[in-house]
Design a protein around this ligand. Structure first.
Ligand code: NI
Length: 176
């Protein structure tokens, strides 16, 4: 497994719309494993393929706490089919926006359909942290970041900070 470089704000790649996965095959499973490795290394609890520069509707999640057995989830072509009116607030962060956290309000419960790592159709009802994490990661597939859900004033402050940081940082990707 390979740890992949993370795409960091304000890289415009993060705003790309990811395309549906056509086939869940060994190449896709290898990518999912690399994403899990990258996520565990960071560490984080969720990662979308676009965050390693690949615009596919694929994400990985593992909500196991430190000391618990890993519980990796591979989520392909997810679709939210129902969201609760009830809402909940979590302090969110993002591996593409390091060291920044803000409270985000989202539907407390979502029903989601997706393909698992074997390409099998799954449908789950997610609540609590899993509901928030799924929505955060599915947002990534649509080019949406959690800072889009906070006030414009706060978002502008974060954008300014990361634009300044990017100037002092060598480019993360080489486009040849
Ligand atoms: Ni994120």
């Amino acid at each position: 497994m390979t740890i992949k470089p993370l795409i960091i704000l304000p890289d415009p790649v993060l705003r790309q719309l990811s395309k549906p996965v056509e086939r869940v095959d060994n190449d896709l499973r290898k990518l999912a494993d690399d994403m899990l490795e990258t996520m565990y290394d960071a560490p984080g609890i969720g990662l979308a393929a676009i965050q390693v520069g690949i615009p596919l509707r694929l994400l990985v999640i593992d909500l196991a706490k430190e000391g618990e057995e890993p519980a990796p989830m591979v989520v392909v072509n997810p679709e939210i089919v129902n969201s609760s009116d009830e809402r909940s607030t979590y302090e969110e962060g993002c591996l593409s926006i390091p060291d920044y956290y803000a409270e985000v309000e989202r539907p407390a419960t979502v029903r989601a359909k997706f393909l698992d790592r074997d390409g099998k159709q799954q449908e789950i009802t997610a609540e609590g942290l899993l509901a928030t994490c799924l929505q955060h990661e599915i947002d990534h597939l649509n080019g949406v970041l959690f800072i889009d859900h906070i006030s414009r004033l706060k978002r502008d402050m974060v954008m300014r900070k990361f634009k300044k940081l990017a100037k002092d940082r060598p480019p993360s990707r080489l486009v040849g």
